[in-house]
Design a protein around this ligand. Structure first.
Ligand code: AGP
Length: 606
């Protein structure tokens, strides 16, 4: 995924272009660049490295101009080199484009253009579009028509913003599947991958739909359907986030800030009207086949839901990772899926939704971004209101999704008479007590968790063990450690260990054990047996548990969690503790916590 920003103004645009890609840096950060039209034509400084590193090399702020585009890259096609960074220019330097997405048929198009005499300077798919613009402008002598002709040939996902010396006061953009929004200001208008880029300057936003061309000048804009040419009337909506809430606010890292924001973000999630839970529960319980769908962290939210529905409804609702959905999921008009996505732009999850919608089924989602592609594709969406999650590592968004999923599950369980209304109300009140309990955990245990993390920071191989719903916690916790600290952790159901993997166990091998709440007697007993099996082979263990019925000295080290935690609250509390453990391991290892290597906040490519 990459970050795109475009600015057209009656003033110099370079500062806003730079600010825009800084705000979007979490979307990709291996290279960046700008193109600006100034008195002398089109200039396009770009290089590899973080935005600040490239600015030191290229000195972006030396340039002046009233229209410009900027881009921060997460490499998909072509290695991280200056030539592969964006913007890409047409051969005659009359067009500059920035692109987020994948042009899936770029090889054929590249070869056609080479046969026509075009010379390529990069290995990227994106550069194809710059040459297509040149080719079609020569045919139509009109930029909009050149865009429409070019996208007719292009397959795949793209959000493209371009400028041209043929119209030096205008930005042009087109999107298909990858996100693109306009920011409508006073004397300055913006185009960006998401509104973090311009929310500091204007909260008035317009969301482009697939295959819409936007033509943007500093004081006006219009949108046209690329296929029919029809002018589209677009609603302007007001962004309800502010830059302040997307700043670090004194924390050393966004990740720690967002872990500590969880009491607040859960409280906001609880403001969701009950009718939304009831609606989701109705759709899911009426469906002939239903699936929970997500990828990465949100797949583990789906796993949590699988166990929650098994525990409370006695129903098997498979959790399927979005990237595998099309390969294994049977979908019909009686299918319903509930998708989880912080960004609402994850390509694989959007493809799963598309498959269900194409089959006539129903797609539901819980997402954190208002107006996201997912929110607009689904039959119904719950906006989780977690506030901006800037850190590439997801924490607060996942926890709120788990909580909202629990509310839906309780509604469904009551509807199916699996629990009584009073039982439901008891569980709901326990969920609503989570913000206070998490605050207690953060205030009272984070120092101790930090000390345990420091002690084990040099252990680079772990087994993370859990049983039942705690296996979902173990899986998400393992991903946290891998992605933020670059430490390998394999999650495994406790009972699975003895079927081979136990061969790994010796005094050098470490296992993290997510011990079920003692009210989960069966899960608790089996987990304890697994710990004994490890100890019998001199394996080192660290236990996350709630203190009750856990023999002294069972674990080499233990993180004892608030003993007043209930069964309903336990997975949440364990996950927050594991988030902190991973954070402090990464902190000890001096990792790039908010922007880990090789990652991007949302993977909008297949
Ligand atoms: C989260 O820590 C990861 N960075 C990643 O797995 C993420 O959860 C996944 O890419 C899905 O993103 P989404 O929630 O925006 O769809």
């Amino acid at each position: 995924m990459c970050g795109i920003c475009g600015v057209v103004s009656n003033a110099n645009v370079v500062n806003d272009l730079f600010f825009g890609i800084k705000q979007l840096e979490y979307r990709g950060y291996d290279s960046c660049g700008m193109a600006i039209i100034n008195g002398k034509g089109l200039v396009a400084p770009k290089n590899i490295g973080s935005i600040d590193e490239v600015d030191r090399k290229e000195d972006f702020h030396q340039y002046r101009g009233n229209v410009g585009i900027s881009h921060t890259r997460w490499a998909t096609h072509g290695s991280v080199t200056q030539k592969n960074s964006h913007p890409h220019l047409s051969q005659n330097q009359q067009f500059a484009i920035v692109h987020n997405g994948i042009i899936s048929n770029f090889r054929d198009l590249r070869q056609q253009l080479i046969n026509e005499g075009y010379l390529f300077s990069s290995e990227t798919d994106s550069e194809v579009f710059a040459h297509l613009m040149d080719r079609h402008y020569k045919l139509y002598n009109n930029i909009e028509e050149a865009i429409a002709a070019s996208v007719k040939l292009v397959e795949g996902s793209y959000a493209i913003c371009l400028l041209s010396v043929h119209d030096p006061k205008t930005l042009y953009c087109i999107k298909n599947e990858s996100p693109l929004v306009l920011g409508i200001g006073e004397g300055t208008n913006y185009v960006a991958s998401d509104f973090y880029a311009f929310v500091k300057f204007t909260r008035n936003a317009v969301i482009l739909d697939d295959r819409e061309i936007a033509v943007v000048s500093n004081d006006s804009y219009y949108v046209r359907n690329a296929d029919t040419g029809e002018i589209k009337r677009k609603n302007i909506f007001t962004i309800d986030w502010s830059v302040e809430t997307s700043q670090k606010g004194g924390y050393p890292h966004y990740m720690l800030k967002e872990i500590y924001e969880q009491p607040e973000s859960l409280t906001k999630a609880f403001l969701t009207p009950d009718i939304e839970f009831t609606n989701f529960a109705d759709i899911l319980t009426k469906a002939k086949e239903k699936y929970f769908v997500g990828v990465g962290t949100t797949f583990y939210v789906a796993e949590y839901g699988k166990y929650f529905f098994a525990d409370f409804l006695g129903e098997f609702c498979p959790a399927i990772s979005s990237d595998e959905f099309n390969a294994i999921a049977k979908t019909t008009k009686d299918t319903a899926i509930l998708c989880f996505s912080q960004s609402g732009e994850t390509y694989d999850t959007l493809q799963a939704i598309k498959k269900v919608k194409d089959s006539g089924g129903k797609a539901l989602s819980i997402t954190n971004v208002m107006g996201s592609t997912m929110a607009r594709m689904c039959d119904a969406t719950i906006l989780q209101k977690s506030g901006p999650e800037i850190c590439v590592i997801s924490t607060k968004a996942a926890l709120s999704q788990m909580a909202l999923l629990s509310f839906i599950g309780l509604e469904a369980a009551e509807k199916m008479a699996k629990i009584s209304t009073s039982e439901k109300e008891k569980y709901v009140s326990e969920l609503k007590a989570l913000p206070e309990l998490i605050s207690k955990l953060l205030n009272e245990r984070s120092g101790f968790i930090h000390s345990v993390a420091k002690k084990y920071a040099d252990e680079f191989n772990w087994l993370f063990l859990g049983k039942g719903i705690y296996y979902a916690v173990a899986q998400e916790s393992a991903l946290k450690l891998k992605e933020v600290a670059y430490v390998h952790a394999e999650a495994m159901p406790c009972g699975f260990l003895k079927h081979g993997t136990i061969a790994l166990i010796d005094e050098k091998f470490h296992s993290m054990v997510f011990v079920p709440h003692h009210d989960e007697e069966c899960l608790f007993k089996h987990t304890m047996s697994s710990v004994e099996e490890i100890k019998a082979r001199k394996g080192a263990t660290v236990g996350f548990h709630f203190g009750t019925n856990v023999p002294e000295g069972l674990f080499n080290d233990q993180i004892v969690l608030p003993e007043e935690t209930t069964k309903m609250q336990a997975p949440f509390i364990q996950l927050v503790a594991a988030q902190l453990f991973s954070y402090y391991v990464a902190y000890t290892l001096k990792r790039d916590i908010d922007k880990p290597r090789n990652l991007a906040k949302s993977v909008t490519v297949g």
